[in-house]
Design a protein around this ligand. Structure first.
Ligand code: SF4
Length: 707
């Protein structure tokens, strides 16, 4: 690296990738930036995974975008991209916005954000859509990540904070039930908390159709058929009711709505649950025993349970079980969801979601609209109504009534959305596409204008990790010449649109405004300051300022000890029933496909696939098949197999392993092109959260080549 650091030689910041937000110490003395884990940051305690260790190689990567790109022939996306000045590139974006809104109205322009944006950028993007563009059309890729658990948590608890307790509490829980979560691969430093618990005698149960490294280390591994977790949870609650293991006093004093749930789970007899899920009655009983015999127990779900067309109901079923056992609010106990993206939590709190305003306020609520409009200095009537969710917006691009000009930040939807062949087709139907990214991602390759943006170690801001801990992202060195951060871009565009007075490019100013906008909301940041974060290793929201505006509140590491933030202070049971997934195997597509992550790659792989270190670059897309299935189909390890679904096909190298159910095939989703797992996935949406059914669809498998 040749750029001089602008800050002290050692900068404490956080990994650019997942929601664990491991503490990192960067040293930059004008030579190569070196990177070390922070020993005392509570989530990683000196640990990093291979992604974190190699993150500095992104900073001066040879493929880094260092200037805006526009098309050689303006308006012709088949012509090559060429470097341009910022003035020319932003001019084209503003021309497109203006022409589109003149022809199609304000909602003709859409914004699509990401769960990796800092809180400041997520906040500014939501405001940019509503104030600079006046469009209702904004959503983000977190809709594909956390939305089901968020919706279920809001229904039950009146709040959505991934973990309602610090991660360190996981080491103190006597029982941990992990559902569709594989931290040994997705966030390995988190395993030290689970390992510490096990060393102290804790019992861990993992629910996953694969025997992942996390499952292999657990006392009990349940491997249900993908898409049947809800029945499993209802079956456990059925047993708890029948065997008198419900915490009746807790249910009576701290919850509402148990009677219809008790009635509903009456139909989930263990043998019926075994037929639906494939989990034996004995394992059901053993799971309930370890949950109810412990003084402290946690139920943690992740995307395996949530990325379904019934994802919200599935999360609700696990929450119902946790409530019936009296866990939320009990010491070292409760329900939580393990957020995935780096700012998956903060990304959904500050207004880049179609239905939300900052502070987790609701766009449909008149009081919430009035509060935020006052902070923004606009009339509440200027605020649009809620717009379309992420896939709904993508699915209608370029159609009558759909978005015609799209601004895409920090998201590579051509790889990460479901049914990417459809998404690519819809992007092609746009009048104009602008993408901001570090690299020329698969989505950026389709754009009219590509804007090069600053990345993690080059910017200031805050992130909110999986615990709800608000932390600082600190700048160690300036962006390369010609590169700007997205706050600067939004301000520059707003200036050109005549709305620049409403925007700032200074993250500290944006955070100060975010604090005011969130004050009194569910996700209240008003008592959090950069100085406090520096002094306290982060601050947990909610953290309201005093009525005089003083940041004296200690923050809230643990929620629900005394009450829930619902109108009556009680948690709410939600009656839910098992339904078959949106797509079931049949004669044409006889197997179940499920998707997930590998340790070496992060999300769409835009960053990690470019890291030259062998720990990342040697990892290729493989399809995992059980030996019985492989034998039946004449497939051996390393053969090339084609997977086909009703939406498309993709090719993978086969890995034959008994770590997966015999009726299920697993593929990682980090690649596009010929090995795009999301060419296969089903965009059937959960009716409440609008989460696509990434985790289950019907698939056909055939061998097409030798190693
Ligand atoms: Fe930590 Fe996640 Fe980064 Fe790995 S990817 S170092 S687990 S924050």
């Amino acid at each position: 690296l040749t750029r001089q650091g602008t800050r002290p030689e050692v900068t404490l910041t956080h990994c650019p990738y997942c929601s664990l937000q491991c503490g990192i110490s960067l040293t930059s003395r004008g030579g190569p930036v070196t990177l070390e884990p922070q020993d005392d940051f509570p989530t990683n305690l000196g640990g990093l995974c291979s992604k974190g260790w190699t993150a500095a190689s992104l900073l001066d990567h040879p493929q880094r975008l260092l200037a805006p790109l526009v098309r050689e022939v303006r308006g012709d996306r088949t012509s090559p991209l060429r470097p341009a000045t910022w003035d020319e590139a932003l001019g084209q974006v503003v021309d497109a916005i203006t022409a589109t809104q003149a022809a199609y109205g304000r909602d003709g322009v859409g914004c699509f954000g990401g769960g990796g944006l800092t809180n400041e950028k997520a906040y500014a993007f939501g405001k940019f859509a509503r104030v600079a563009l006046g469009t209702a059309m904004i959503d983000y890729n977190g809709r594909f990540c956390m939305s089901s658990a968020a919706t279920a948590s809001n229904k039950a608890f009146g709040i959505d904070r991934g973990l309602p307790f610090p991660l360190l509490d996981v080491a103190r829980a006597e029982t941990v039930l992990l559902v569709g979560s594989n931290p040994a691969a997705t966030m390995p430093p988190a395993m030290q908390h689970l390992d510490a618990g096990r060393a102290a005698g804790a019992t861990h149960v993992v629910v996953d159709p694969r025997r992942t490294p996390t499952a292999a280390g657990a006392a009990l591994h349940l491997a249900p058929l993908p898409g049947t977790d809800l029945a499993l949870a209802n079956g456990l609650l059925h047993l708890a009711v029948r065997e008198g293991l419900v915490d009746e006093q807790y249910v009576a004093t701290r919850t509402t709505g148990f009677a219809p749930v008790r009635a509903a789970v009456g139909a989930y007899w263990p043998d019926r649950v075994e037929r639906i899920t494939g989990v034996s009655v004995a394992d059901l009983r053993r799971t309930l025993e370890v949950l109810t015999s412990a003084r402290s127990a946690m139920i943690l779900t992740a995307r395996g349970a949530e990325q379904h067309s019934s994802g919200t109901d599935t999360a609700s079923a696990w929450i119902n079980l946790a409530l019936a056992l009296g866990l939320p609010g009990r010491e070292f106990s409760g329900y939580g969801t393990v957020t995935g993206q780096g700012n998956g939590q903060g990304g959904r709190e500050h207004g880049q979601k179609a239905d939300q305003l900052p502070g987790y306020r609701r766009l449909a609520d008149p009081a919430d609209r009035a509060h935020v409009a006052a902070v923004w200095g606009i009339d509440p009537d200027e605020l649009p109504e809620p717009g379309l969710s992420a896939f709904e917006m993508l699915d209608r691009l370029g159609t009558p009534g759909g978005v015609r000009t799209l601004l895409l930040l920090a998201s590579n939807v051509v790889v990460s959305a479901p049914d990417v062949n459809r998404v690519r087709e819809r992007l092609g139907a746009l009048d104009f596409l602008c993408v901001s990214d570090i690299f020329c991602s698969e989505s950026a390759e389709l754009a009219d204008v590509v804007l090069p943006c600053a990345q993690w170690a080059e910017e200031e801001g805050t992130m909110t990790n999986l615990e709800g801990r608000v932390i600082r992202r600190r700048q160690a060195l300036p962006p390369p010449e010609g590169v700007h951060d997205d706050l600067w871009v939004m301000k520059a565009l707003a200036d050109r649109l005549g709305r620049g007075a409403y925007f700032s490019a200074d993250p500290a100013e944006v955070f100060a405004e975010l604090r005011r906008a969130s004050a009194g909301g569910v996700a209240d940041y008003s008592g959090i300051t950069y100085d406090r974060i520096d002094a306290e290793q982060g601050v947990f929201w909610p953290c309201p300022a005093t009525p005089e505006g003083q940041p004296d509140h200690p923050g809230t590491p643990r929620l629900f000890a005394d009450s829930f933030p619902t109108p009556d202070g009680r948690a709410r049971f939600v009656r839910v029933e098992h339904h078959d997934p949106a797509e079931r195997p049949d004669a044409a597509y006889p197997y179940v496909l499920t998707t997930g992550r590998l340790m070496a790659q992060y999300q769409s792989g835009t960053q990690t696939r470019r890291v030259p270190a062998p720990s990342q670059s040697s990892v290729q897309p493989e399809a995992q098949l059980h030996p019985d299935l492989a034998r039946r189909l004449g497939i051996g390890t390393a053969d090339i197999v084609r997977l086909s679904t009703r939406r498309g096909a993709a090719a993978f190298r086969a890995r034959v392993t008994d770590e997966i159910r015999a009726d299920t095939v697993f593929v990682p989703f980090h690649w596009g092109g010929a090995s795009a797992a999301n060419a296969l996935t089903n965009p059937a949406l959960d009716p409440s959260s609008k989460m696509p059914a990434f985790k289950v669809c019907a698939v056909a498998v055939e061998r097409i080549g030798a190693p």
